[in-house]
Design a protein around this ligand. Structure first.
Ligand code: HEC
Length: 366
C-alpha cells in the first residue's frame, strides 16, 4: 500500500507539509532490493549501485509498524553506525550494534516552522543557529568523504534559505471570528506560555522555543530518551564528526523532553505529536478521549474532518497483535506498542467543551 500523491491536503499539494500517508511498513524496502544493479562502468551506474547497497543496509532495519509513520530518525542511527565519524568512510561492518527493538515512529514537521525553531527535532536535537550539520547528515546515504560533505554544506545555505521562505497555508473555509476571539483568550491563558503568541500578519509573533521536561509533557518517552543515558552513541558520534563542527546535537542538555512546537497552520498537519499518535486536534485537547487502537478510515486527502480538525478514524477494540496479515495490521495505530503511546499533554483536559471548540476555531486563524 504505497501511497504516491505527495504532501497532499484536501486534494492539493501544500509545499512544506510532511507526508501523512507514506507507508514504510515493508514493501518499499523489499521492492528496492529487487531492483537489479546497473552496469558498474559508468559514473551513474556506480552511484546507483552504491545507493542500492546502502539501502539494503538501512532499509530492513527501519521498518515501521504503522502506515503514516516515518523512519527518518532510525535512518540516522543506522547510517551513523556504518560510518567513521572523522573521515566519513563507509564501513560495511557496523561500529555500533543498535538495539534490536529500536522503534521510533516519527511525524515529519511542516517546513514552514523552520524559521521559528531553534532546534530542528521534536526532542530538542540540533541546536544553535546553523542546522545544516544535521540536515546534510540526513541526506548522507552516499557521502563518503569530508570533501564531498563540505561541498554539500555549501549548497545547504540555499536550501535553508528556501525552507525559511515557505509560508504556512491559509485556512480554506470561513471562520467564526467571534468564537475564534473567545478561543484566543483561552489560548493566551492556557497555551501561549509554551507555544507562543501569534499575530494576524505574523509580524509580531513571539515563539519561546521551549523544551518541556518529559515528566511534565508525558508524551511517549522513546524518542526523547534515545541518545540519552546508556545509549548515547548518537551524541558521541555526532559531536566528534564533521557535522558536529557545524551544528551542536545536544541530546542530553539541558534535559530530556520535547519542544513545544510552533502552531502556525497546525490544522493542516494531522496526525499530531512527534509520533503521529493522535488523529485530530480535538483529541490533542482531550487526553481522556484518545483511542487506544485506531485506524484511518481511508487515505483520501479530501476526506478531512473539519469539525475535529484531523483525519477521520475508526476506533478498534483490538491492537496489532490480534490483527490479521500485514496489510490489515499496518493500518492500525496501536498506542500500546513501544514508541507509539498517545498519553500526555493534558493541558486541554480542564477546558469546557465550549472553550475547546473556541480554541479549535482560533487555531484555524494562526
Ligand atoms: C507546558 C507546555 C505546554 C502547554 C501549556 C501546552 N502545550 Fe501543546 N505541546 C507541548 C509540547 C512539548 C508538545 C509536543 C509533544 C510531543 O510531540 O510529544 C505539544 C504539542 C501540541 C500540539 C501538537 C502539535 C503537532 O504538530 O503535533 C498541539 C496542537 C498543541 N500542543 C496545542 C496546545 C494547546 C491548544 C494548548 C493549550 C490548551 C497547549 N498545547 C498547551 C507543550 C505544551
Amino acid at each position: 500500500m504505497l501511497q504516491l500523491p505527495l504532501r497532499e491536503f484536501n486534494g492539493e499539494l501544500i509545499l512544506g507539509l510532511g507526508r501523512h500517508d507514506a507507508d514504510f511498513t515493508s514493501d518499499l524496502f523489499a521492492l528496492m532490493q529487487l531492483v537489479p544493479p546497473l552496469p558498474a562502468f559508468t559514473d551513474a551506474g556506480k552511484a546507483f549501485n552504491k545507493f542500492l547497497q546502502r539501502f539494503a543496509v538501512v532499509g530492513p532495519a527501519s521498518i515501521m509498524l504503522t502506515a503514516g509513520t516515518n523512519p527518518a530518525i532510525e535512518f540516522a542511527f543506522i547510517l551513523l553506525s556504518h560510518r567513521d565519524p572523522v573521515t566519513l568512510e563507509w564501513l560495511d561492518e557496523p561500529i555500533q550494534d543498535l538495539p534490536e527493538d529500536m522503534m521510533i515512529p516519527a511525524d515529519p514537521p511542516p517546513w514552514w516552522h523552520s524559521r521559528k525553531k531553534a532546534t530542528q527535532f521534536a526532542n530538542g536535537m540540533s541546536r544553535g543557529g546553523d542546522h545544516r550539520g544535521t540536515m546534510i547528515l540526513a541526506s548522507s546515504l552516499c557521502t563518503d568523504t569530508t570533501a564531498e560533505a563540505a561541498v554539500i554544506l555549501d549548497y545547504f545555505i540555499d536550501v535553508v534559505a528556501y525552507l525559511e521562505s515557505i509560508e504556512p497555508p491559509q485556512y480554506p473555509y470561513p471562520v467564526d471570528t467571534e468564537l475564534a476571539a473567545a478561543g484566543e483568550e483561552v489560548f493566551l491563558c492556557h497555551c501561549a506560555g509554551c507555544h507562543g503568541n501569534y499575530s494576524a500578519d505574523g509580524e509580531n509573533d513571539y515563539y519561546p522555543n521551549m523544551l518541556i521536561p518529559l515528566e511534565l509533557i508525558g508524551t511517549d518517552p522513546v524518542f526523547a530518551a534515545y541518545g540519552a543515558g546508556e545509549f548515547n552513541y548518537l551524541e558521541e558520534w555526532f559531536e566528534s564528526s564533521f557535522f558536529g563542527a557545524v551544528t551542536q546535537l545536544g541530546v542530553t542538555e539541558p534535559f530530556v523532553g520535547y519542544v513545544a512546537p510552533p502552531l502556525d497552520s497546525v490544522w493542516a498537519s494531522a496526525p499530531y505529536f512527534h509520533n503521529a499518535s493522535v488523529p485530530t486536534l480535538d483529541l490533542v485537547l482531550d487526553s481522556g478521549a484518545r483511542p487506544t487502537y485506531w485506524k484511518r478510515v481511508d487515505f483520501d486527502s479530501t476526506h478531512y474532518d473539519w469539525g475535529a480538525l484531523g483525519w477521520p478514524y475508526e476506533v478498534l477494540d483490538h491492537g496489532q497483535d490480534q490483527a490479521g496479515p500485514l496489510e490489515q495490521r499496518n493500518l492500525i495505530y496501536d498506542t500500546t506498542k513501544p514508541g507509539h503511546s498517545n498519553a500526555g499533554h493534558p493541558f486541554g483536559d480542564a477546558l469546557t467543551s465550549e472553550e475547546r471548540a473556541a480554541v479549535l476555531e482560533y487555531l484555524k486563524t494562526i
